[in-house]
Design a binder for this molecule. Structure first.
Ligand code: UDP
Length: 328
């Protein structure tokens, strides 16, 4: 059985569906602070609770034969982390520590960690490799880096085995399966643009056009959630089929798009025109974050299958159709 923390969230709910489709049994632990009960596949066991609650973890590990953990539960917004660092160190560092301690107490030694490109900080204009310098510039990046360090330290001393996946910018939806991104409030670029084009937001805010990039707006590497989950399944198989795994992989497509280019792509795909309002830079934003995902391609044979158009088109379908069902 696989324990999926944060399995009611955007990425976690896609992972749960995929794991069930691959024949794994799944137990989800989620406190529903940002996730949704409807997003959890009904074939998974669902436990409402906090990943930082040692008593709940004890009962999960006692009750279910958990072989590995996929740890999605976290606070994950760059700007918010600058305003609320206490929340980030508590939800990410403290809760992950409690989870890892409970895993070790119950002899569960395999974990896939959702990490982030925010661990790199300010990057040069080229694909980041996993061995690039780690110098986060916001509490979110720092908090994930600390969890990465715990995994490394616990692997040496306690035999913890891990795959750390450093996500770049995740987008898209498995909308035909009835799941997609629903955040309240929504802060991410692609859903914000699409929600505006659907009439739900007055305009699109662009945070800064004075960065050192070709059009002055920030450049990010966008990856389809289904490609991201495929990498999780490959990582899980690696962990389950081998011993002493300690791996770090970037998950991106090695292609950078600026905020301006993303808005234009959304306009092209939806045949609608966005109203843009320029604001100052958002706290904690580096200008450029683009991945080299060559390592996971070479070692696990992972390749992204979906394009930026696929991400935007599937998110558009989701926001136009699927997500509406869940609004009250
Ligand atoms: N962004 C923006 N307007 C928005 C949301 C985001 O200009 O409404 C910018 C943001 O400042 C960053 C990029 O888009 O440069 C991607 O932000 P997002 O929040 O989607 O992901 P992040 O890179 O922070 O994980």
């Amino acid at each position: 059985m696989i324990l999926v923390t944060g399995g009611a969230g955007y990425i976690g709910s896609h992972a749960v569906k995929s794991l069930l489709q691959q024949g794994f049994r799944v137990v989800v632990l989620d406190n529903l602070s940002t996730g949704h009960r409807w997003a959890v596949d009904k074939n998974a066991v669902f436990i409402e609770g906090d990943v930082g609650d040692a008593a709940i973890l004890h009962s999960v590990f006692t009750q279910y034969p958990v072989k590995a953990v996929m740890h999605f539960a976290a606070s994950c917004l760059v700007g918010e982390s600058v305003r609320e660092p206490l929340q980030y160190y508590e939800n990410n560092v403290v809760c992950s520590f409690t989870l890892l301690k409970a895993m070790l107490q119950h002899h569960v030694r395999k974990i896939i960690l959702s990490s982030t490109c925010a661990v790199y900080g300010i990057a040069k204009k080229e694909g980041l490799v996993e061995s690039s310098q780690l110098a986060p510039i916001n509490p979110y990046g720092h908090s994930k880096r600390m969890i990465e360090q715990m995994l490394a330290d616990f692997s040496g001393t306690y035999g913890l085995q891990y795959v750390i996946l450093r996500y770049f910018n995740v987008a898209g939806a498995a909308w035909l399966e009835g799941i997609g991104e629903v955040h309240d409030p929504e802060t991410h670029l692609i859903p914000n643009v699409l929600l505006h084009l659907l009439g739900g937001k007055e305009h699109v805010t662009v945070f800064g056009n004075d960065f050192d990039t070709s059009d002055g707006t920030c450049v990010r590497d966008y990856i389809h959630v289904l490609d991201l989950i495929e990498a999780h399944v490959l990582s899980l198989k690696l962990l389950l089929e081998h011993e002493n795994v300690a791996k770090i992989y970037n998950l991106g497509t090695n292609t950078g798009y600026s905020v301006q280019q993303i808005i234009e792509a959304c306009e092209r795909i939806t045949h609608k025109k966005a109203k843009i309002v320029l604001q100052g830079r958002r706290l904690g934003d580096p200008a450029w974050l683009v991945a080299s995902a060559e390592k996971i391609r070479q070692e696990l044979g992972w390749r992204p299958k979906y394009s930026l158009e696929d991400m935007i088109a599937s998110a558009w379908e989701w926001h136009s159709n699927g997500a509406r069902k869940h609004k009250n």
